[in-house]
Each structure stands twice: as structure tokens, then as C-alpha cells.
Ligand binder design. Structure first.
Ligand code: FES
Ligand SMILES: [Fe+2]
Length: 396
């Protein structure tokens, strides 16, 4: 493994080691103040789903892509977001702009490909043509169409910003919405992501998984360090401690440090003398729907995109980001193996449990769901969502 050093000073690294040692020794984990009750209908209520799209996803930056997925001018990607399908287009100056993927004539889906490189986008229905900057260039047989102001028929645009190597979008073309990723992350998380040098990474693989599961069920599954033993007995449980988490709230967002079982080899040592990097994983949870999990030699990025127009449906996206582009067969084999392990864990374990959970919470007779004091990151997520919907001006 090629380890990337942890970007923390010696005192912080010793702090992580001490926190993990103490929790394992005492069979503890970081705790919330009390058990939280959550109405199971948060996973199925259509009205709540509508409000989440309008009041949260229509206002805050969410992950749309990694910059390395569209490296050159004229490269494009189509990305399904909660409110709109968006076409991201790399401009000649390196900026990325995003357009709602709908032809301004009669509403055909303009770009049918997932990705590619094009100077113009020509609609397959009647042949109207738009440039890479969204401008309407040509109306087919314009002399017969009648008089319209072409300058008012450009593609609808959503705010886009590149930061930390990612492409972020606010999923609204309302025009009065701005994007400010640093503000959204807040200074502590923004500094933490800068220290990770995220823009030095490249995206090795992306996978999309369309599931009949509410997006919060899936976000909950990845905030949760309490299910490893029961759900993942046959895969990762031998390598990770269950229910051992160091939680830090970072404004709206949060960070969880977890221990690998390999930490047992160094637990009798002085925390300040241990190379803790190889024995922990660090996950940053970015509200509302993203997680960046730092393994010692790569990053796993997950995001959960509510399917348009329904409560029970999510496109889950998974990415592996690596430091050095994989060129040789040997390098590719190594990352393919990582990907296949992740897929097995996800497909055969997490998704099986969570599909069934989604069906179970559709029963008629239910009582509140319980999030224990140990499920502190999940509690933060549900509290934050409630606050954001109660007062969208502050978003927690
Ligand atoms: S709908 Fe696109 S050209 Fe007619
Ligand atoms: Fe899991």
C-alpha cells in the first residue's frame, strides 16, 4: 500500500490514537446526550420528499462530479440531481457550467449520452442547436417557425463551482440562487478538505446504483459504525472495530474516526509514538448527502441523490479516488480489486438490509425508530435535517 500521510500535527494524531485506544479498552464510543426517536415516515412521506427537494436541494451545494471526469474543454457529463438532470460542460477557459438537460423548444431531453466531448448540442427531435455555453445557436428551418427572441431561449443554467477537486452544483435554475461551497462547508471542514489535498486525486471509477430506497436510509447506513459486526460479518467485520467512533461536529457537517483491527498491534504503545495513519479511517460527512471516507491509500466518495419526483428512490453514486493515475495493468488490478470488495459489501450486504428496511417501514403499524446514543453521527444528520426544514434560512 502507498500510504498518504495524515495531514495533522503530532498532537492531533496522538489524540486520535488515544481516543481509539480508550474506546477499545473501555468498550465505549462517542455518545449523544440521549436516545433519539424518529418518525419512520421520514423514509416514505411524499410531502417531506417534496420539501427536501425544494427547500434543501434547491438551495445548497451538492456533489455533481469529480473534475477529473471531464478534464478537457468541450467535455460533458449528464448528471441526475434531485430536481433536474444537468449537463455539465467544461468551457474553453477551464470553468465548468451546468445546464438543465431540456431543449427549450418542446422539452425533449437534449443530451442523451452520459459523457463525451462536443462543440454543439443538437436536439434529436427537431434539430435545434445549442452551443457549449448554453446559447441557442440555430432553430431548424427558422424562416417557418415564427418570430421568437433567441436570446431568451438559451439553456437554463444552474450554479456550479469547482472546489477540492469536485464539481458542486446548486440544483436550481431559479436564477436568484448563488453557490458558495466554502461558506457551505464552513471554515473547519473547508480547511480539513484543503489539508487532504483532494484536488491532487483523480477519479478511478464511478458506479451508479438506482434503488427503491429513500436517500436518508442510505445516508444513515454509511453514517453508522454500529452495524459492522451484524451486517458485514462475512466481509469487513474482521478488519474493522464495530461501534468504536470518535465523532466531531464541524458546524453543519461532521467527522468520524474509526479503528481498524490492526490497531491491536500497537495498543500497548504510547499514543504519541504510534503511526496511527494505517490503523484508522476518517470519514467526513457533508450535509445533506455526501460522505468522503479516507482509507490510508485512497478515498471512497459516496453520495445519495433522491430520485426525481418520488419519496422512495435514490441514485447512489460511489467513486474511488486515487492519488496516482492507474496506468499499468498491475495498478489497475489493484484498484479493481478494491472496487470489487466495495461492491460485494454494498450489493450483498448493505443494499440487502436496506431494501428490506425500506419495505418494512412501509408497513401500516409502526412506532418511532430509535437512534441510540452511540449512533451519534446519525443523530446529527436527523437533527440537522429537521432544523434545516424548520428554518431554511439557516440550514442548521
Ligand atoms: S424539442 Fe428540441 S428541437 Fe424540438
Ligand atoms: Fe455497511
Amino acid at each position: 500500500m502507498v500510504f498518504t500521510e495524515l495531514p495533522y500535527d503530532a498532537a492531533q494524531k496522538a489524540g486520535f490514537a488515544r481516543a481509539m485506544f480508550d474506546h477499545i479498552e473501555n468498550r465505549t464510543t462517542d455518545l449523544a446526550d440521549e436516545v433519539l426517536e424518529v418518525d419512520p415516515r421520514v423514509y416514505s412521506d411524499p410531502e417531506l420528499a417534496r420539501r427536501e427537494r425544494a427547500e434543501i436541494f434547491g438551495h445548497v451545494p451538492i456533489l455533481a462530479a469529480h473534475g477529473s471526469e471531464l478534464p478537457n474543454p468541450q467535455d460533458f457529463l449528464t448528471v441526475r440531481l434531485p430536481n433536474n438532470e444537468v449537463v455539465l460542460v467544461r468551457q474553453p477557459d477551464g470553468e465548468i457550467r451546468g445546464f438543465v438537460n431540456v431543449c427549450r423548444h418542446r422539452g425533449a431531453r437534449l443530451v442523451m449520452d452520459d459523457a463525451g466531448s462536443r462543440r454543439f448540442f443538437s436536439c434529436g427531435y427537431h434539430g435545434w442547436t445549442f452551443a457549449g455555453d448554453g446559447k441557442l445557436r440555430a432553430i431548424a428551418q427558422e424562416q417557418t417557425f415564427g418570430s421568437v427572441d433567441k436570446s431568451c431561449l438559451n439553456l437554463l443554467e444552474v450554479p456550479v463551482e469547482q472546489r477540492h477537486g469536485f464539481v458542486w452544483v446548486v440544483d436550481s435554475a431559479a436564477g436568484d440562487v448563488k453557490i458558495d461551497v466554502a461558506e457551505w462547508l464552513g471554515p473547519e471542514l473547508d480547511d480539513a478538505l484543503t489539508a487532504f489535498e483532494l484536488d491532487a486525486y483523480t477519479c478511478y471509477t464511478t458506479g451508479n446504483f438506482d434503488e427503491d430506497i429513500n436517500w436518508k436510509v442510505l445516508m444513515d447506513a454509511f453514517l453508522d459504525g454500529y452495524h459492522i459486526t451484524a451486517t458485514h460479518a462475512n466481509t469487513v467485520a474482521p478488519y474493522f472495530y464495530n461501534n468504536v467512533q470518535d465523532w466531531r461536529q464541524m458546524g453543519r457537517h461532521g467527522r468520524v474516526v474509526s479503528a481498524r483491527k490492526s490497531i491491536d498491534k500497537v495498543r500497548d504503545r504510547d499514543p504519541s509514538e504510534v503511526d496511527i495513519n494505517r490503523h484508522i479511517t476518517i470519514a467526513h460527512f457533508i450535509m445533506p448527502n455526501m460522505s468522503i471516507l479516507r482509507q490510508p491509500d485512497h478515498l471512497e466518495v459516496l453520495n445519495f441523490v433522491p430520485a426525481p419526483g418520488k419519496a422512495v428512490g435514490t441514485r447512489m453514486q460511489m467513486r474511488i479516488l486515487i492519488r496516482e493515475p492507474a496506468v499499468t495493468d498491475e495498478q489497475k488490478a489493484r484498484w479493481d480489486k478494491n472496487w470489487n470488495i466495495l461492491m460485494a459489501v454494498l450489493r450483498d450486504e448493505d443494499l440487502v438490509v436496506n431494501r428490506a428496511l425500506q419495505q418494512a417501514v412501509s408497513n401500516t403499524d409502526l412506532r418511532p425508530l430509535l437512534f441510540g446514543r452511540n449512533e451519534v453521527a446519525n443523530q446529527h444528520f436527523h437533527h440537522w435535517l429537521r432544523r434545516a426544514l424548520d428554518d431554511p434560512r439557516h440550514w442548521g
